[in-house]
Design a protein. Sequence first.
Length: 255
Amino acid sequence: MSQVDSRAELAGLAASLRAYLEWQQDTGVIGFPRATPTATPTATATATPTATPTATSDRHVRLPQLALEVSSCTRCALAATRTQTVFARGSVDAKLCFVGEAPGADEDAQGLPFVGRAGQLLDRMVGAMGLSPERDVYVCNIVKCRPPGNRRPEPEEMATCIPYLHEQLALVQPRVIVALGNTAVAALLDTKVGITKLRGQWKLYGGKILVMPTYHPSYLLRPSPQQADAKRQAWEDLQLVMKELGLALPNKKGG
């Protein structure tokens, strides 16, 4: 190869590299992509991620792709009755993740989790922790489609859908997960022990991410003789989360 051809080839490579770096800057991606293994959970309610992406850019690129995949999912019968899928809301860089059961009517209509009465209470709880629902937490559900009549998801529906959640959590990499209610606790921790016995006790998801089981906001809204105690206990659980995350405890109770 002549010296002229070598210079032309180098110039072409430099131009290609410059274009790639400009694309990265425009899309908010930082650094070069790495061959990071992705999670490949099996479709069971007890599956856990087998690999955890580490680059910040991974979550910003892969999570929108995953949300798009979820939007066209027809793996279970819930696809036939949904208005739209409900993937997540909040910050993908959050250190705190809230995981609920499944979308309700409001969530099915808006395409976002926890936007109804239970979601409004959850936001007040997050605010009482001194955090922003938009900037400081990531919120999602075990199941991405609304079960008809807001019924509890069937085991096979959870088993089919939960691989999406496993990949979400592997990408977001929260320091702490708050599992809201029996369904979330059962799916994340592979347990049949009820929330009243598990709440307030630190558990592990995937052998490494701390999980705090607590009551679902919809339970806290339901009038019952136990309502006042349940609200107090849920706030105690959240204070344990705050302590773990190094957050200052407020002077008043939240929610």
